[in-house]
Design a protein around this ligand. Structure first.
Ligand code: ZN
Length: 189
């Protein structure tokens, strides 16, 4: 299982970090061994930002078959430093525990999701707000990448990313037609 991640799929999030809105989706990878469950998030001395994302499991015909919510944890100041120096992002995105993934449910294109930080909503997004549909993301990725059945795709984060500090509690929830069908919490330690 490989873990692919799309970036800047929500124009508002690209703008909040001062990034151009790409014409074609851009991807990076996280190591499989960076995958962890909700429950506890290591604050890594305060540099970790939350990015809630819809996460897809890719099926036999390279289509989204399952989905869940996940956190693409990002060490933002390290990422900024690497970006400034035009270096790869691995240290900022592929560290231990950086891919938080919830329970899998059947894929539904009507999905939307929210992240609460200490009870306050900080991020929300939905499939219909993305620049590309999940199938379009998979199709474009499969043009050049060796993606295969069972791989996982983080689909990019909506606006509202921000830092996590020790003692914070985050709750990620997935909705279909306003009905909450999945919710996971984690404590920042
Ligand atoms: Zn992300």
């Amino acid at each position: 299982m490989d873990v692919w991640c799309a970036i800047r799929t929500y124009p508002k999030h690209a703008q909040e970090l001062g990034n151009p809105i790409p014409q074609e989706p851009v991807f990076f990878l996280k190591p499989t061994s960076s995958v962890t469950e909700f429950g506890q998030i290591d604050s890594c001395e305060g540099d970790v930002h939350h990015e809630i994302e819809l996460v897809l499991k890719i099926g036999e015909n390279l289509e989204p078959v399952q989905m869940t919510i996940g956190l693409d944890l990002t060490k933002r100041s390290i990422q900024d430093h690497l970006k400034e120096n035009r270096l790869p992002w691995a240290q900022a995105k592929a560290f231990r525990g950086s891919a938080v993934i919830g329970d899998w449910i059947d894929y539904n294109p009507m999905a939307s999701y929210r992240l609460e930080l200490n009870g306050n909503e900080v991020q929300k997004g939905s499939v219909i707000e993305m620049s590309w549909t999940p199938q379009e993301l998979i199709d474009k990725l499969s043009n050049w990448a060796p993606i295969k059945q069972g791989d996982v795709l983080f689909t990019g984060t909506p606006s509202g990313v921000g830092p996590l500090t020790v003692g914070d509690e985050v709750t990620a929830s997935l909705y279909i037609d306003e009905e909450c069908i999945l919710s996971h919490s984690a404590k920042v330690v």
